[in-house]
Design a protein around this ligand. Structure first.
Ligand code: OOG
Ligand code: MG
Length: 259
């Protein structure tokens, strides 16, 4: 197994932090370290979040739909950390200056009404939520041409750049939550259509999976934490002037304008 000294982990984390700060893409870490393992990548991710020194407000799941897995060529679900600095209110303007090659995707968000840890069933995980809403995620891989392998994207905090939350709604039944039409519109035109069932069969499965992945690493979801379940469709490039909306049946919308 590849040995990564703490100094090396922090050097790789800083490389990623600098790539984001300077909006300058870098080579994937696996080009230099072909045997980098997923577990080591989560250690780099944790160090990256620590170095950025931003308030942690929750987590995002990624690569939870077939559409996303195929688009990115990576076939296992991953998580990343959401920080206060990434949050944008509904209808906000998002400046593209400072991004590399931003993309946007439609999501469903959860808010935790109480702590979640261990290995909950999807029903138990959903029962811990106080609200759900429509959301958008802006991703901006720090890697050249948005190309990476599984350990690369994990180390890069799962490509997260920013997220927009719509209006919090009451939690639907698990059956309803698993069959909601979702779309992504740009300038009022639907450019992607999907369904919440495409998110690991049900977004509640994604939430439960996240809790298990966190508990494998001694982590838990705090009361009040926000979780993105993962995009239901492929992401689209985010272009200047675009007014982008995620619409989720029953849950409403979330929108952002790129500047
Ligand atoms: C990785 C992040 C994937 C999702 O919702 O599937 C993700 C990427 O596509 O760069 O956020
Ligand atoms: Mg996403």
């Amino acid at each position: 197994m590849l040995v990564l000294e703490p100094g090396r982990i922090s050097e790789l984390a800083r490389r990623l932090a600098n790539a984001e700060r300077d909006a300058a893409e870098i080579e994937p870490l696996t080009a230099e370290l072909p045997s980098l393992e997923v577990e080591q990548a989560y250690a780099i991710q944790a160090e990256l979040v620590r170095v950025k020194d931003e308030r942690i407000i929750g987590y995002k799941m990624g690569l939870t739909s077939k559409a996303k897995m195929e688009q990115m060529g990576v076939h296992s679900p991953i998580y990343g950390v959401l920080t206060g600095r990434m949050f944008r209110p509904d209808g906000a303007e998002f400046p593209l200056a400072g991004t590399i090659h931003p993309r946007i995707e439609p999501e469903i968000a959860f808010r935790l009404g109480r702590e979640l840890k261990g290995r909950p069933s999807p029903e138990e995980a959903l029962a811990a939520c106080s609200n759900v809403c429509a959301a958008l995620e802006i991703i901006d891989s720090r890697y050249k041409a948005f190309k990476f392998k599984l350990p690369d994207v994990v180390a890069d905090n799962s490509s997260c750049k920013a997220f927009v939350l719509g209006t919090w709604q009451p939690v639907p039944t698990i059956q309803k939550l698993g069959a909601l039409a979702m779309s992504l519109t740009v300038g009022g035109k639907a450019v992607r259509n999907g369904n919440s069932s495409h998110i690991l069969g049900n977004p509640a499965n994604s939430l439960a999976t996240l809790v298990g992945m966190l508990s494998d690493r001694g982590l838990r979801l705090a009361k009040g934490a926000v979780v993105l379940a993962g995009a239901a469709t492929e992401a689209v490039a985010l272009e200047s002037g675009a007014i982008v909306e995620a619409e989720v049946e029953e849950l409403g919308r979330a929108s952002v304008t790129a500047r």
